[in-house]
Write a protein that binds this ligand. Structure first.
Ligand code: ADE
Length: 239
C-alpha cells in the first residue's frame, strides 16, 4: 500500500519509522511518503495561511500550496501504486466519524493520501476540486478538537496498516478485539501470576473448560459494552 501525507509538520509522522510500522516499511508492505506543504509555497515567508473571507477569528489554509502539492502527489504516485488516484482522507473535527469498518475498507485500497490541515482548516475549494478527481473523505477521530490533522492521520494510518496481510506477527491477535465483528468491546484479559496484590484471576479462566470460558468472555464483553458504550449494543428484542 502507498500512503502519502501532506503536512506543514512532517516530523509529526516520525513515529511511523518505529516498531511495527517501521518494519512494514522495511519489508515493503508500506510505501510511505511524507511531504512538506511549504515546499509548494513561493514567497519568502513560505506562507500557507491567510485571514478568512467573511471575517472571524483564526486563519485558513490557502488553496494554492494544496493544489500544487496534490498535483505533485498525483504525478508521483500514479503508476507506482497501480491506481490513477489515491483515496484522499482529510482529518477534521467536522468530518464524519472514522470507524473500524473504515479502517477495514481502506486496508483494501492500493493508495491513500492524507491532507493534514492546521488552523481553522483548509479552503473548501481544495476539497471541492479534489472531489472532481478522486474519492475524498472528510473524517473525524472523535468529538474533540486537535491542533491539526497530523495526530489524527497517524492514528488512522495505524488503524489501517495493522490490518494489511503480513503486518502482524500473529494475525490471530486481530480476531477478538474491540470493535470487531460482534460489535462489542473486548472482555477483560489476565496473565500470570494468578494472584497479584490480593487480586485473583477469575477462577473460570483457570478451569480449562473452553466452552464456559468462551461464554464468560462473551458475557463480560456484553456487560462492559452495556456500561461503557450502550450505543453499540443491538436494539433489545421487543417482548
Ligand atoms: N483535526 C482536528 N481535530 C480533529 C479530530 N477530532 N479528528 C480529526 N482531525 C482533526
Amino acid at each position: 500500500m502507498r500512503i502519502d501525507v501532506l503536512t506543514i509538520f512532517p516530523d509529526y509522522l516520525a513515529p511511523l519509522d518505529l516498531s511495527l510500522p517501521g518494519k512494514a516499511r522495511q519489508r515493503g508492505l508500506l510505501d510511505l511518503h511524507v511531504h512538506d506543504l511549504r515546499e509548494h509555497t513561493h514567497d519568502r515567508h513560505r506562507t500557507v495561511d491567510d485571514t478568512p473571507y467573511g471575517g472571524g477569528a483564526g486563519m485558513v489554509m490557502r488553496p494554492e500550496p494544496w493544489g500544487e502539492a496534490l498535483d505533485a502527489v498525483l504525478q508521483a504516485g500514479t503508476g507506482d501504486s497501480g491506481a490513477d488516484a489515491p483515496v484522499l482522507l482529510v482529518p477534521t473535527p467536522s468530518g464524519r466519524p472514522f470507524k473500524q469498518a473504515d479502517a477495514e475498507r481502506l486496508a483494501h485500497e492500493p493508495w491513500l493520501a492524507f491532507a493534514c490541515g492546521r488552523y481553522e482548516g483548509i479552503d473548501q475549494r481544495v476539497i471541492d476540486w479534489a472531489t472532481e478527481r478522486m474519492r475524498v473523505e472528510e473524517v473525524s477521530l472523535g468529538d474533540f478538537v486537535l491542533n491539526g490533522g497530523e495526530v489524527a492521520a497517524l492514528a488512522m494510518i495505524e488503524a489501517v496498516i495493522r490490518l494489511l496481510p503480513g503486518f502482524m506477527g500473529n494475525p490471530e491477535s486481530l480476531a477478538e478485539e474491540s470493535h470487531g465483528s460482534d460489535g462489542l468491546l473486548e472482555y477483560p484479559v489476565y496473565t500470570k501470576p494468578a494472584l497479584w496484590r490480593d487480586h485473583e484471576v477469575p477462577d473460570i479462566l483457570l478451569s480449562g473448560d473452553h466452552g464456559r470460558i468462551a461464554a464468560w468472555r462473551k458475557e463480560q464483553a456484553r456487560l462492559r459494552t452495556a456500561e461503557r458504550r450502550p450505543d453499540l449494543l443491538p436494539p433489545a428484542a421487543e417482548a
